[in-house]
Ligand binder design. Structure first.
Ligand SMILES: CC(=O)N[C@H]1[C@@H](OP(=O)(O)OP(=O)(O)OC[C@H]2O[C@@H](n3ccc(=O)[nH]c3=O)[C@H](O)[C@@H]2O)O[C@H](CO)[C@@H](O)[C@@H]1O
Ligand SMILES: C=C(OP(=O)(O)O)C(=O)O
Length: 418
């Protein structure tokens, strides 16, 4: 099994290229199911989840014509199987994103229920309720969602909570429905907006993009297009937290600061000097961070996917802080591991109190989800001695070449196998 070995090496300095966003690339790849023409994506991150999506779509009959970062071309004209099997869905919950587009284009879909995962129970009731409101007949059989509809019909849907993939599934489904769909309480995450922008290029009629009310007037068919995946705000935020902890000056290239307001404000509050242009962000940190309180909420507020990284920054910050997780019920798995490294965090329910300490101490740690694993890597960059992060297949779901990117700005980090 692969691990990361990390040793603190002082301040980080230099430049890091930010990849395309995992959470945008996955729905965009699934959007290829809506058309018989080729979808041409650029800035696609080469991540484990992207490979899994590729495999899932290929298993359904899609042809992947090119699959590199700058040229990812996929054609779904040969779909001959509308099933997303358990074997793939269990490794990537985002597989549920094939449900809406497959049903809308092919009149049927069977997708294994994703079930819960390390961070929470994560039901998909809103996806199913929305599709039923659009006329789909849905049954759950042998662990699979089975959906059928000759042609979906427009509906007025008010979602019970803000759900990112729920919004994306219903948005994709509505593009080919008969009539108009109004999605209220829709997620406004930049990755949802990126998907909507691509769907419009494919010929969809969507009003209200970037707002909580999306109005979609269905069309007969969509066509291919070329679309550049929005930069990954969570990857960028992770590297900014790394620098806030180690000190130094780093410029992120190919970033999207406009999508990162809440993250950048919190870093400034922690004492970082942040500057940004259209597609770059610089961070200059010349003193230890100040502790900052965090409360996770849907976009544009502070993202749950950055909670663990800010928590680890707080462990070595001046002062105490309170971190409240309101999106997922079990997203503090990094707490016991960080405490094993000398952090002082007490967590109860959805609230963690963090008392800043002088230094963390390296040891062997592991985490059971992606961002918790990222927080352990950041801890290793400032801990005394050696830190070994195990089970890094979680990290590989969402970070492209993390050891090369951090190594490029001066970190001592290497991937080793048993
Ligand atoms: C591939 C992808 O884009 N993943 C992101 C997406 O996950 P994902 O789309 O799965 O997360 P949601 O936005 O759906 O979840 C938000 C909350 O709503 C609940 N819920 C959701 C749907 C539903 O039908 N019923 C229900 O109760 C969830 O359990 C959770 O408590 O948004 C999350 C919240 O920003 C991010 O952490 C994930 O990185
Ligand atoms: C929770 C995450 O992803 P997923 O929804 O793919 O599990 C994440 O990216 O932090």
């Amino acid at each position: 099994m692969e691990k990361l070995k990390i040793r603190a090496n002082g301040a980080l300095n230099g430049e890091i290229f930010i990849s395309g966003a995992k959470n945008a690339a996955l729905p965009l790849l699934c959007a290829s199911l809506l058309t018989s023409e080729t979808l041409h994506l650029t800035n696609v991150p080469m991540l484990r989840d992207v490979k899994t999506t590729q495999k899932l779509l290929q298993g359904m009959g899609a042809r992947v014509l090119t699959d590199n970062i700058e040229e990812f071309e996929i054609n779904c004209s040969g779909i001959n199987n509308t099933c997303a099997p358990y074997e793939l869905v269990k490794t990537m919950r985002a597989s549920i994103l094939v449900l809406g587009p497959t049903l809308a284009h092919f009149g049927e879909a069977q997708v294994s229920l994703p079930g819960g995962c390390a961070i929470g129970s994560r039901p998909v009731d809103q996806h199913l309720k929305g599709l039923e409101a659009m006329g789909a007949e849905i049954t759950i059989e042998h662990g699979y969602v089975k959906a059928r509809a000759q042609r979906l019909k427009g509906a007025h849907i008010v979602m019970d909570m803000v759900t990112v993939t729920g919004t994306e599934n219903l948005l994709m489904a509505a593009t080919l429905a008969e009539g108009t769909t109004i999605l209220e309480n829709a997620a406004m995450e930049p990755e949802v907006t990126d998907l909507a922008d691509c769907l419009v290029k494919m010929g969809a009629n969507i009003q209200g993009i970037g707002t909580p009310t999306l109005t979609i007037t269905g069309v007969e068919k969509l066509h291919g297009c070329t679309h550049r995946v929005v930069p990954d705000r969570i990857e960028a935020g992770t590297f900014l937290c790394a620098v806030a902890m180690t000190g130094g000056k780093v410029v992120l290239r190919n970033a999207a600061p406009k999508t990162m307001q809440a993250i950048l404000e919190k870093l400034s509050e922690a004492g970082a000097i942040i500057e940004a242009g259209d597609d770059w962000i610089s961070i200059d940190m010349q003193q230890p961070p100040r502790a900052v309180d965090i409360r996770t909420l849907p976009y544009p507020a502070f993202p749950t996917d950055m909670q663990a990284q800010f928590m680890v920054m707080n462990t070595i910050a001046n002062g105490n802080s309170k971190v409240v997780e309101t999106i997922f019920e079990n997203r503090f798995m990094h707490v016991p591991e960080l405490n094993r490294m000398g952090a002082r965090i007490s967590a109860e329910g959805n609230t963690a109190i963090v008392e800043g300490v002088e230094q963390l101490s390296g040891t062997t740690v592991m985490a059971t989800d992606l961002r918790a694993s990222a927080s352990l890597v950041l801890a290793g960059l400032v801990a005394s001695g050696e830190t070994i992060v195990e089970r890094i297949y979680h990290l590989d779901r969402g970070y492209e070449n993390i050891e090369q990117k951090l190594g490029g700005v001066g970190a001592i980090i290497e991937r080793v196998s048993d």
